[in-house]
Ligand binder design. Structure first.
Ligand code: SF4
Ligand code: SF4
Length: 149
């Protein structure tokens, strides 16, 4: 579900340009308003939607999620620590979803260079980096004990 910008709401602040991981939110040089230059390349991460202080970015919902005539709006309220999505269907029904904003402090995540280099054994392991510790379990589930087909 790629994004689009209501140009009448956008004030050209550039927050969406800075945060877009796909580098597809650009400022139109003539109108000084943002627009999605390549919707096909949208990661659908909605970072821009959540970041926009003017609520100027909207989502084109797929038919199975929100049929034609719908709207998908988001409200980010950092002071409350919440982000709310409102889905409005064309028959007037509304669904509201409220989630907590992730509060990991900026710059608090350790960089890869802060960790020791992987061992030979870790290079060939099926586990991802930090597994299983990051999952807060002792070991990943295995098929051990199950009969092979
Ligand atoms: Fe960029 Fe993500 Fe917004 Fe798509 S949803 S335009 S990838 S920030
Ligand atoms: Fe416009 Fe919102 Fe992007 Fe700022 S973040 S440039 S107001 S669309």
């Amino acid at each position: 579900m790629p994004t689009f910008v209501y140009m009448t709401r956008c004030d050209g602040c550039g927050e969406c340009v800075d945060i877009c991981p796909s580098d597809i939110m650009h400022i139109d040089k003539t109108y000084r308003r943002a627009y999605n230059i390549e919707p096909n390349m949208c990661w659908e991460c909605y970072s821009c939607v959540k970041m926009c202080p003017q609520h100027a970015i909207d989502v084109r919902g797929y038919a199975d999620f929100a049929p034609l005539g719908h709207s998908v709006r988001v409200r980010r309220e950092p002071e409350k620590g919440t982000i709310s999505w409102k889905i409005k269907f064309r028959d007037g029904r509304e669904k509201d979803f409220v989630s907590p904003i992730r509060t990991t402090p900026w710059g608090s995540i350790e960089e890869p260079k802060d960790f020791p280099a992987p061992t030979e054994e870790e290079y060939t392991s099926q586990e991802l980096w930090h597994e299983p510790a990051a999952l807060k379990i002792d070991a990943l589930p295995t098929l051990a004990g199950k009969e092979k087909a």
